[in-house]
Design a protein around this ligand. Structure first.
Ligand SMILES: *Cc1c(COP(=O)(O)O)cnc(C)c1O
Length: 360
C-alpha cells in the first residue's frame, strides 16, 4: 500500500517526477548541467510570470536554507528590519536574524489571529527598512494577509522579505505589486519535487546593491547569482534532485499552474473539512483564515495525537502533529503532493473508523 503523506512536505511525488530521478549521471561542470539549471531557473520565474528584473537562485538544502540565505544576505537595511511572528516559522526568521546579528524588532501576534494592522502601522511608522514575514504559517495553516500587509508597507515604503516555503506554487503571490524584494521557497512542497533543493526568488537589483559584509559563505546569495547566470554553480548541486524539480515544474505548468493547484488543494481540503465536521472535528482557525494547502483541526476529546497518528499510519496515512504550544491540542492535514480526492475521502473514512472504535 502506498503511504499517503499528508504532512506539509516532503510530499508524495508523481511517477513522472520519480522517473526523472533515474536520468543519466552528469557532472555539474558540464554543459548538460548548465542547460538543466537554466531551464529550472527560467521555469521558477515563469510560475509567477516574473520578468528579467528577477532571478531565481538555487541552493542545496531544505527550505530553511533558503530562508537563512534570504535573510542573512538581504536582511541588513539602512533602517531596522521588522519581523512579524505568528507561528514557528516566524520564530525561525527571528532566530536567523539573531544568529546573523541582524538588528531587528519583532511584532508578535497571537497564533491564528488576524494580523493587527493598527499595531503594524505603529511599528512601521517608527521607521522600518524591511519587513520579513511568513506567507503561509504552516504551524496553524494560517494564510497571512500579504496583500494588506504589502499595502501598509507601501505607505511607509517598506519592502517585504517573504517565507513562501509552503505557499510558492499554490497561493497568490503578486511579487511586483506587493513590493516584494525576495521570497524563499523549496522544491518539495507545493511544487511536488524532491527535498534537497531550495531557492530564493529575488530582485536582481537587491543583490547588486548590497554593501553589508557577508555573514555566511555557503548562504550568501551574492556567491550564486553571477555563477548561475553564467551556467555554473559555486558548489556541488543535487543533480538528480534538479532533474526531479525540472519534471515537477513541467507538471505544474502542464496541469494549469498555481491557480489550478490551488483549486485542487481547496477541493481536497474541503472534502476533509466537511467529512471531519460530521465527525464533530472542527478546524482550529476561523472560516476563511486557512491556506489552501493545509488545515489544522482540534483533536477530538479523549483521542491523543499519538493514537490518531499511529492508527492512521496503520491505514496508510501520515498526518502531522501540532507544533510548539499546539502540540497537544491540534493535528494537521495537508493535501499537497500527488494526492487525489479519493485520498481525502479515504482519510475521513479512516478517521471515522478510529474515532468510533475509540468510544467503545
Ligand atoms: C516547511 C517550511 C519551512 C522550511 O522547512 P525545511 O524543513 O527546512 O524544509 C519554512 N517555512 C515554512 C512556512 C514551512 O512550511
Amino acid at each position: 500500500m502506498k503511504t499517503r503523506l499528508l504532512n506539509p512536505g516532503p510530499v508524495n511525488i508523481s511517477t513522472t517526477v520519480r522517473q526523472a530521478l533515474l536520468k543519466e549521471d552528469i557532472c555539474h561542470r558540464e554543459p548538460e548541467f548548465s542547460a538543466l539549471q537554466a531551464d529550472i531557473r527560467r521555469k521558477l520565474l515563469a510560475v509567477y510570470d516574473l520578468d528579467a528584473d528577477w532571478a531565481a537562485i538555487l541552493l542545496t538544502g531544505s527550505g530553511t536554507a533558503a530562508m537563512e540565505a534570504m535573510l542573512s544576505t538581504l536582511g541588513h537595511a539602512d533602517k531596522p528590519l521588522l519581523i512579524l511572528e505568528n507561528g514557528v516559522y516566524g520564530e525561525r526568521l527571528a532566530r536567523i536574524a539573531d544568529i546573523h546579528g541582524i538588528g531587528h524588532s519583532l511584532m508578535q501576534q497571537p497564533w491564528g489571529e488576524p494580523i493587527d494592522m493598527g499595531r503594524l502601522r505603529e511599528m512601521l511608522a517608527r521607521g522600518v527598512g524591511l519587513l520579513a514575514l511568513v506567507q503561509h504559517e504552516t504551524t496553524t495553516g494560517r494564510l497571512n494577509e500579504l496583500e494588506q500587509v504589502a499595502a501598509l508597507g507601501d505607505e511607509y515604503q517598506v519592502p517585504l522579505l517573504v517565507d513562501a516555503v509552503s505557499s510558492f506554487g499554490a497561493e497568490e503571490i503578486r511579487f511586483d505589486e506587493w513590493n516584494i524584494t525576495a521570497a524563499a521557497a523549496t522544491a518539495n512542497k507545493c511544487l511536488h519535487g524532491v527535498p534537497g533543493i531550495s531557492f530564493v526568488i529575488t530582485r536582481r537589483k537587491a543583490i547588486e546593491n548590497l554593501s553589508a559584509n557577508p555573514s555566511s559563505l555557503y548562504l550568501d546569495l551574492r556567491n550564486y547569482l553571477i555563477p548561475q547566470d553564467n551556467g555554473s554553480t559555486p558548489f556541488t548541486q543535487s543533480v538528480q534532485v534538479m532533474y526531479a524539480l525540472d519534471a515537477a515544474l513541467d507538471e505544474h505548468a502542464r496541469t494549469g499552474g498555481w491557480t489550478a493547484r490551488r483549486s485542487q488543494y481547496r477541493e481536497k481540503m474541503q472534502l476533509v473539512d466537511t467529512g471531519l465536521l460530521k465527525l464533530g472535528i472542527s478546524p482550529y482557525l476561523k472560516q476563511g483564515a486557512s491556506s489552501s494547502v493545509l488545515h489544522a483541526y482540534h483533536l477530538p476529546d479523549g483521542l491523543s495525537y499519538i493514537k490518531l497518528h499511529d492508527e492512521l499510519r496503520k491505514r496508510g496515512f501520515v498526518i502531522y502533529a501540532g507544533q510548539g504550544k499546539l502540540a497537544e491540542t491540534v493535528f494537521r492535514v495537508s493535501m499537497m503532493g500527488d494526492t487525489s480526492t479519493a485520498d481525502a475521502e479515504e482519510l475521513v473514512d479512516a478517521i471515522a473508523d478510529i474515532t468510533s472504535a475509540n468510544h467503545v
